[in-house]
Write a protein of this length. Structure first.
Ligand code: GAR
Length: 194
């Protein structure tokens, strides 16, 4: 029986798509559920097209009840990948899935992380700071934004002529290349090498 996982996402869902594609024919891992906090998120359409069940959550339920844990348990979900999911994960959910929730962040944490640091804001900040490199961080999730233990990083150059959009494109490529593989390695207890 494959291990069932869930992907949480708030937006376009290009990482979620890659993850679903990667495991589409896997005997070991099945993306069983895509969860979003936005009813019109692109990721939901991608999931439906790929035959993956979707669930839209609302803020009150997420922060003031634990129904999401029941929903996940009912589907035997063992692992959660946050792929552009912009809500803070509440403590009860972290505790229900110890070392079983990972997030991808589009920069080299601990730099450029924390509340409000998502998507284009991150790449603008990297540009403003005059960094010569950026990259991705995949990390376990705790109840603070971007603070859990790092699992994997990959780097890319930032050129003086780069716009934030150029940086975003290069970083997204790294995300697509590494995130599904790192998830697979964690689930199969393999060394994480991206
Ligand atoms: C990704 O770049 C991800 O790293 C970022 O949102 C994007 C989602 O893109 N997440 C954060 O900034 C979290 N702090 P996608 O919807 O195309 O996968």
């Amino acid at each position: 029986m494959p291990v069932s996982i869930a992907v949480f996402a708030s937006g376009t869902g290009s990482n979620a798509r890659r993850i679903m594609q990667h495991f589409q024919h896997s005997d070991a891992v099945q993306v069983r559920l895509v969860v979003s906090n936005k009813a019109d998120a692109g990721v939901l359409e991608i999931a439906r097209d790929m035959g993956v069940e979707t669930l839209v959550i609302n803020r009150t339920e997420f922060y003031h009840s634990e129904t999401i844990v029941e929903e996940l348990r009912r589907r035997d979900i063992r692992f959660i990948a946050l792929a552009g999911f912009l809500w803070l994960i509440p403590e009860y959910l972290v505790q229900a899935f110890p070392r079983a929730i990972v997030n991808i962040h589009p920069a080299l944490l601990p730099k450029f992380g924390g509340k409000g640091m998502y998507g284009a804001h991150v790449h603008e900040a990297v540009k403003q700071a005059g960094e010569t490199e950026s990259g991705i961080t995949i990390h376990y999730v705790d109840e603070h934004y971007d603070e859990g233990q790092p699992v994997f990083q990959a780097r890319c150059p930032v050129l003086p002529t780069d716009t934030a959009t150029d940086i975003a494109r290069r970083v997204l490529e790294l995300e697509h290349r590494h995130f599904p593989l790192v998830i697979e390695q964690l689930l199969l207890n393999l060394p994480v090498v991206g």
